[in-house]
Design a binder for this molecule. Structure first.
Ligand code: ACO
Length: 325
């Protein structure tokens, strides 16, 4: 028995904001953003479009490709840091309603940019243990809604979008999700967090506060390079695979420099690492499935390919998955 990624779908908002567009509003330049991050553009959800709208669109595309209907689903897991409603209800429940998948289980996972890997692990484990057949695993974000436009160090980094994977349990062995590594370091929680997202609306101070991203860029940078390096080392130790066995490494698209630093450490050729950060910027939990959906669309993922997913993010969390296509 295996749990395979059967089909992928993406939803990218049409509003494309280049670095030059940003520089008209924020004290920054195309040159600084490109040289420090590799980002050239990002897409923002227009007014009225919520995380669940992008997630539902991506889900419908993935289900159509997988040739399954909403009633075939046993589970929907949405990884997001920007749910429609902070707290409850889960965005997964709203997606369930929007795609008409009544009755299946639905919940969200909060693991920052590692969210898709955490969600893939949770959903594939549930299919294995409960003998479900199909699940939707979705990474979806509307980060433009929580960006601090007064902080040029963070507002240039993020974009919106969603991507969904239909995963299915099959009888064949040795394919699909082969191995996972997940971890967290809560000591770094304040290195990347939503300011005022705590319960600071009190009897004395009744005004709600709009939460915005706060990040210690240097600390997150160091954590990201270290966690990618450690995860690759641990995966090589834990599994039978060697780095040269992997057709692709698909990292969380946070900063091209972070990925390049890790690639240099292991002598990984750049053409084995899939990067699309230049077009979409950092879409947090959506970034890894968006990359996979784009690779799938381009025909880059061949049956039998061994693919490593590797992510890190708020929490601080980190995670990796080995998937046989
Ligand atoms: N435009 C122009 N100048 C800028 C900008 C900007 N957008 N942002 C910062 N600067 C300036 C700073 O003010 C500073 O100027 P100074 O030297 O005159 O004081 C200078 O650039 C250097 O700033 P640093 O913050 O030290 O720049 P650094 O080289 O560390 O790059 C960056 C910043 C890109 C944010 C980097 O630290 C980074 O990538 N960190 C990790 C970010 C990350 O991966 N976050 C997400 C991970 S988790 C998740 O995805 C939710």
């Amino acid at each position: 028995m295996s749990v395979v990624i059967r089909a992928l779908g993406a939803s990218i908002p049409p509003q494309r904001i280049t670095n030059e567009d940003l520089a008209a509003r924020v004290d920054t330049t195309d040159d600084w953003i490109r040289s420090h991050t590799g980002i050239g553009a990002r897409h923002f959800a227009p007014d009225g479009i919520l995380t669940s709208d992008m997630a539902a669109e991506a889900a419908k595309t993935a289900m159509a490709k997988a040739k399954i209907g909403p009633h075939d689903l046993d589970l929907i897991v949405v990884a997001t840091a920007t749910p429609d409603y902070f707290g409850f209800p889960a965005t997964a429940c709203i997606v369930q309603d929007k795609i008409g998948a009544y009755g299946c289980a639905a919940y969200d996972i909060v693991a920052g940019c590692t969210g898709f890997i955490y969600a893939l692990h949770a959903a594939s484990s549930m299919l294995e243990t409960s003998h479900g057949r199909h699940a939707l695993v979705i990474g979806a974000e509307a980060l433009s809604r929580i960006v601090d436009w007064n902080d040029r160090g963070t507002c240039v980094l993020f974009g919106d979008g969603a991507a969904a994977a239909v995963i299915s349990r099959i009888d064949e062995a040795g394919r699909g999700c082969l191995s996972f590594l997940l971890g967290a370091d809560g000591g770094g929680a304040r290195d990347l967090y939503l300011v005022q997202a705590e319960r600071d609306r009190t009897f004395e101070r009744a005004q709600p506060v709009v939460p915005v991203i706060s990040m210690n860029g240097r600390k997150v940078y160091d954590f990201a390079v270290k966690s990618i390096t450690v995860m690759i080392e641990r995966l090589m130790h834990k599994t039978v695979y060697r780095l040269e066995d992997f057709a692709w490494i698909v990292p969380h698209q946070a900063n091209a420099r972070i990925v390049q630093a890790a690639a240099k450490r292991f002598n990984i050729p750049q053409d084995k690492i899939y990067l699309n950060i230049e077009e979409y910027a950092n879409t947090s939990a959506a970034s890894i499935p968006l990359a996979l959906a784009e690779m799938d669309q381009k025909g880059l993922l061949k049956p039998g390919d061994l693919v490593m997913l590797v992510g890190f993010g708020a929490g601080l969390t980190y995670g990796a998955a080995v998937v046989r296509w």
